[in-house]
Design a binder for this molecule. Structure first.
Ligand SMILES: [Zn+2]
Length: 124
């Protein structure tokens, strides 16, 4: 991986989730599950086994502020469903779901929720 090119692309390129969903060949991902409003796909460069990214299909700049309560609740239920499926497939000591806070207004689409298997000794 060319880390410098990757960083430049994340800062100046399109939202990678929207590009992926639009079929842009420069943003390929492997979908593991989807429904009408959400998509779960494999992280291209996973930092832990079983790392799956989850995002709403609609572009959202900030998941907490921009999704109405019902849509946010549906997203969290989708994250839970994916996390349980990852646990069943990977049999980790435990799993976690996170969306790192980011000052970027496009944090949501660039940093979707990521259910992943974690070693039992992971600090979170
Ligand atoms: Zn987007």
């Amino acid at each position: 991986m060319d880390l410098e090119a990757y960083v430049e692309r994340t800062r100046s390129g399109p939202c990678f989730v929207c590009a992926f969903l639009a079929g842009n060949p420069h943003y390929p991902h492997e979908t593991v599950f989807e429904d009408a409003d959400h998509v779960a796909f494999l992280d291209r460069w996973p930092t832990v086994p079983g790392k799956v990214l989850v995002a709403p299909k609609a572009h959202v700049e900030h998941v907490v502020r921009d999704l109405e309560e019902a849509a946010y609740s549906r997203l969290m239920l989708f994250v839970r469903e994916i996390a349980l499926a990852v646990e069943a497939a990977c049999e980790p000591g435990r799993s976690s779901s996170s969306s790192p806070s980011c000052p970027s207004p496009s944090a949501w689409c660039r940093r979707p929720w990521s259910p992943a298997g974690r070693a039992a000794v992971a600090p979170f």
